[in-house]
Design a protein around this ligand. Sequence first.
Ligand SMILES: CC(C)(COP(=O)(O)OP(=O)(O)OC[C@H]1O[C@@H](n2cnc3c(N)ncnc32)[C@H](O)[C@@H]1OP(=O)(O)O)[C@@H](O)C(=O)NCCC(=O)NCCS
Length: 195
Amino acid sequence: MTRPQFDESFSLFPLSEIIQSTDSNRKVKKLLETFSCTRNTDLQNFLYNKAVTFEKNLRSRTYLYIDNSTQQVAAYFTITISTLHTDGISPEVIELLDGYKDDVASIPCFLIGQLGKSDKFEPRKIGEYILDDAIEIIDQSQKSLGGRFILLDAINKEQVIKFYEANAFFPIEKDPDSESIKMIKPYFEVLDEKT
Ligand SMILES: CC(C)(COP(=O)(O)OP(=O)(O)OC[C@H]1O[C@@H](n2cnc3c(N)ncnc32)[C@H](O)[C@@H]1OP(=O)(O)O)[C@@H](O)C(=O)NCCC(=O)NCCS
């Protein structure tokens, strides 16, 4: 699916707008439950059970892609500000990530907390467009505020890591037994910093 086809098929709405313009919580819940993700039940559970509370309590911002033909949730992402805890990261890498010190316990960053498409759209390659949109919104904040990188916890599956690597993220940890791997997309020039 090309980007123009994607834009024609789906409309992107902030969840906060949907909550404001819908007259009952039940209707919002019903809409969110049109999304299904059997490959990643955490992704589904977040949307069903946490997204609205997090939105109302300003913990994060969720954005929904609504399928223009069925009015179902085709995909979504959740973004927020966060901190990376540096336990287990080498001083050299801490300095690279922090941009100033090599011994800080945490580093502020932007977080893509959730991102994925519904099972109903599985055969169509649309992940890149969803990720681009999430990054574009974060970019706008980063331009005003600074911030060194975008963080996400990728499922530790080869194809998922490859998907993020193809979109300018790279892993900052390696643990073959871990369920997830932290990956970042830096705003700084990695090569310049190392030289
Ligand atoms: C990750 C994602 C957005 C990428 O979307 P896409 O670019 O349209 O591409 P695909 O759905 O074909 O996924 C790319 C590859 O990753 C694999 N993959 C994606 N999510 C996976 C998961 N949760 N577990 C195992 N493999 C997964 C796909 O099977 C595919 O493998 P292939 O290239 O061998 O066919 C999408 O696959 C998705 O929404 N996955 C489910 C939710 C999820 O796991 N999100 C990632 C959280 S870190």
